[in-house]
Design a protein around this ligand. Structure first.
Ligand code: ZN
Length: 100
Protein backbone atom coordinates (compact mmCIF):
# COMPACT_ATOMS: atom_id res chain seq x y z
CA UNK A 1 0.00 0.00 0.00
CA UNK A 2 1.14 3.48 -0.78
CA UNK A 3 2.27 5.66 2.05
CA UNK A 4 -0.19 8.40 2.99
CA UNK A 5 0.65 11.93 4.01
CA UNK A 6 -0.39 12.21 7.64
CA UNK A 7 1.14 15.53 8.62
CA UNK A 8 2.14 18.78 6.99
CA UNK A 9 3.64 21.62 8.94
CA UNK A 10 5.38 24.83 8.00
CA UNK A 11 8.68 25.44 9.70
CA UNK A 12 10.19 28.73 8.63
CA UNK A 13 11.22 28.39 5.00
CA UNK A 14 10.59 24.65 4.94
CA UNK A 15 7.61 22.34 4.96
CA UNK A 16 7.77 19.28 7.12
CA UNK A 17 6.00 16.20 5.81
CA UNK A 18 5.10 13.20 7.91
CA UNK A 19 4.10 9.98 6.17
CA UNK A 20 2.10 7.01 7.39
CA UNK A 21 5.13 4.71 7.33
CA UNK A 22 6.98 7.03 9.71
CA UNK A 23 9.14 8.87 7.19
CA UNK A 24 9.59 12.53 8.15
CA UNK A 25 11.29 14.93 5.80
CA UNK A 26 11.50 18.66 5.16
CA UNK A 27 11.42 20.36 1.77
CA UNK A 28 12.41 23.95 1.08
CA UNK A 29 9.58 26.18 -0.13
CA UNK A 30 11.99 27.88 -2.51
CA UNK A 31 13.07 24.56 -4.00
CA UNK A 32 9.43 23.66 -4.54
CA UNK A 33 8.83 26.98 -6.30
CA UNK A 34 11.87 26.47 -8.53
CA UNK A 35 10.76 22.97 -9.44
CA UNK A 36 7.07 23.83 -9.88
CA UNK A 37 5.68 21.44 -12.48
CA UNK A 38 2.91 23.66 -13.88
CA UNK A 39 2.50 24.65 -17.52
CA UNK A 40 3.91 28.13 -16.89
CA UNK A 41 7.08 26.76 -15.35
CA UNK A 42 7.74 23.84 -17.65
CA UNK A 43 7.47 23.94 -21.43
CA UNK A 44 4.81 21.35 -22.20
CA UNK A 45 6.37 20.35 -25.50
CA UNK A 46 10.06 20.26 -24.71
CA UNK A 47 9.82 19.69 -20.97
CA UNK A 48 12.33 22.50 -20.51
CA UNK A 49 12.18 24.36 -17.21
CA UNK A 50 11.29 28.02 -17.70
CA UNK A 51 11.96 29.20 -14.18
CA UNK A 52 15.20 31.04 -13.62
CA UNK A 53 16.19 30.31 -10.00
CA UNK A 54 17.73 33.80 -9.89
CA UNK A 55 14.24 35.26 -10.29
CA UNK A 56 12.91 33.49 -7.21
CA UNK A 57 13.40 35.49 -4.01
CA UNK A 58 15.50 33.82 -1.33
CA UNK A 59 12.80 34.49 1.21
CA UNK A 60 9.87 33.23 -0.84
CA UNK A 61 7.14 31.74 1.28
CA UNK A 62 3.69 30.45 0.66
CA UNK A 63 0.21 31.55 1.53
CA UNK A 64 -1.50 28.23 1.51
CA UNK A 65 -1.36 24.62 0.48
CA UNK A 66 -4.66 23.07 -0.55
CA UNK A 67 -5.38 19.39 -1.00
CA UNK A 68 -6.72 18.46 -4.43
CA UNK A 69 -8.67 15.28 -3.92
CA UNK A 70 -6.48 12.58 -2.50
CA UNK A 71 -3.66 12.79 -4.94
CA UNK A 72 -2.15 16.25 -4.97
CA UNK A 73 -1.60 19.58 -3.28
CA UNK A 74 -1.88 22.98 -4.85
CA UNK A 75 0.73 25.36 -3.46
CA UNK A 76 -0.02 29.09 -3.34
CA UNK A 77 3.36 30.78 -3.22
CA UNK A 78 3.58 34.30 -1.94
CA UNK A 79 5.06 35.62 -5.19
CA UNK A 80 1.52 35.22 -6.55
CA UNK A 81 2.22 31.94 -8.31
CA UNK A 82 -0.58 29.51 -7.55
CA UNK A 83 -0.90 27.13 -10.48
CA UNK A 84 1.49 24.46 -9.28
CA UNK A 85 0.05 21.08 -8.42
CA UNK A 86 2.38 18.72 -6.63
CA UNK A 87 1.22 15.13 -6.60
CA UNK A 88 1.64 13.16 -3.41
CA UNK A 89 3.72 10.71 -5.38
CA UNK A 90 6.11 13.48 -6.35
CA UNK A 91 6.23 14.97 -2.87
CA UNK A 92 6.95 11.55 -1.43
CA UNK A 93 9.77 11.00 -3.92
CA UNK A 94 11.27 14.37 -3.00
CA UNK A 95 10.99 13.63 0.70
CA UNK A 96 12.91 10.41 0.16
CA UNK A 97 15.54 12.17 -1.92
CA UNK A 98 15.94 14.85 0.73
CA UNK A 99 16.87 12.19 3.25
CA UNK A 100 19.24 10.32 0.98
ZN1 ZN B 1 4.47 26.87 -11.87
Amino acid sequence: MESQLTGLKREGDHLRFTWSDGLVSALSIRELRISCPCAFCVNEITGARQVNPGDIPDDIGMKDMQPIGRYAYRVLFDDGHDTGLFTLEELRARCQEALA
